[in-house]
Design a protein around this ligand. Structure first.
Ligand code: SF4
Length: 379
């Protein structure tokens, strides 16, 4: 049975050629390992493979201290808080690690626009002003028209709206921007083409190049915040994925200098898929990855979700993280009517948004519910 992969939003077969970053990535070799002292003294993209090597673990404290200093210099004592708002778990793609994968017999639900508004009002009442609309990849249930309607309905009372949905190759990003969209999040999951093909079996998401070039299309359509990331544990070489994420972030920042770029490195969590990570990434390795990423891509915001346990999140907020979700539900309708649909993955940090904000304040940080200044119009 043919998959949806390679078809346009309107069902006409097209193939996505490699985008500009894919061409850039193919043209650069990974930097060689260097002297550890030199890498720590002059952290950079070139030093990143060394900073990610196991030899750094005994000097993790030193790495973390450097990362903390850079984070404080670039971002100050402020951590942005946001909430994911799952609008649908319907999906036409098949990804081996995901609880929404199309072949799974799970409870599916797509919220009406009115239900999306109700969930958003609940989150606004809890303090959030940054919302991330999340859905599976279902171009009928979560169509471009539906997303535009959601953004238009939320815009009057939600100052910052981002989406994490399927990728688009038509004018959808421009329509969403016109409706008031600020950000787009598309994680590549793994930058290893072979492993990508093994874990993305059908649907839009199977097209590696379509996925990888999506942030370029979004930026060109006027999206002002871009989120990228890799799912650690999906490929056997998580260090290679961290290097690719850092390169991607720096390339996006240089190419689309008007946009804000954030990166995220979620670790695989238990889901209805039953997927087990190829390699476990320990807590110490995870801290190392985020610290090294901070040093190699110092301008990039780093996002941390509630997948990670509270104690680890509290520590990372003082070192490298600049944006956190809090009090999250990963099922559609989960804030007002939980238990009616399958969640995407289980949450580890179950504290309320107020408790997370209190933790930040106790550590001397400002929880930022809404940016003090709107992003400047530079055009
Ligand atoms: S990762 Fe996204 S595209 Fe893949 S099955 Fe899950 S929701 Fe669908």
């Amino acid at each position: 049975m043919p998959s949806a992969c390679g078809a346009s939003e309107h069902g006409v077969a097209v193939s996505q050629p490699p985008g500009r970053f894919a061409q850039h990535l193919a043209s650069v070799a990974p930097p060689p390992l260097m002297d550890l002292g030199a890498a720590l003294a002059h952290p950079s993209l070139e030093a990143l493979p060394t900073l990610l090597s196991p030899e750094v673990l005994p000097r993790l404290e030193e790495l973390a201290q450097q990362a903390r200093e850079v984070t404080l210099q670039r971002f100050g004592r402020a951590v942005r808080l946001f909430a994911p708002l799952y609008v649908s778990n319907a999906c036409l793609s098949s990804c081996t690690y995901c609880g929404f994968s199309k072949e799974l017999d799970v409870a599916r639900r797509t919220l009406t626009v009115e239900q999306v508004v109700s969930e958003a009002r609940t989150l606004v009442d809890r303090g959030f002003r940054h919302l991330l609309l999340v859905s599976g990849e279902h171009r009928v249930e979560v169509s471009a028209d539906y997303l535009v309607q959601c953004v238009e309905a939320l815009r009057p009372f939600v100052p910052s709206i981002s989406v994490e949905t399927q990728t688009w190759s038509d004018d959808t990003y421009a329509r969403l921007v016109a409706a008031g969209l600020e950000g787009v999040v598309h994680y590549q999951e793994t930058y290893d083409r072979e492993r990508y093909a093994e874990t993305h079996l059908a649907g839009w998401k199977r097209d590696y190049d379509r996925r990888l070039s999506s942030t370029e299309r979004a930026a060109e359509a006027g999206v002002r915040r871009l989120g990228i990331g890799a799912l650690l544990g999906l490929s056997a070489d998580w260090r290679a994925d961290v290097l690719a994420v850092a390169r991607h972030a720096v390339w996006l920042q240089r190419t689309y200098w008007r946009t804000e770029v954030t990166v995220s490195l979620p670790r695989i969590k238990a889901s209805a898929s039953g997927f087990q990570p190829l390699v476990p990434v320990s807590d110490a390795e995870y801290v190392q990855a985020l610290c090294a990423l901070r040093l190699a891509a110092p301008e990039a915001g780093i996002v941390l979700s509630t997948r990670e346990p509270a104690a680890l999140r509290d520590g990372l907020a003082r070192i490298a993280v600049t944006s956190m979700s809090a009090g999250s539900s990963t099922e559609p309708g989960g804030y007002l009517t939980p238990g009616e649909a399958q969640e995407q993955f289980s949450v580890s940090d179950e504290r309320t948004p107020a408790q997370v904000a209190a933790m930040l304040e106790a550590a001397g940080y400002e929880p930022v519910w809404k940016d003090a200044f709107p992003l400047v119009e530079l055009g």
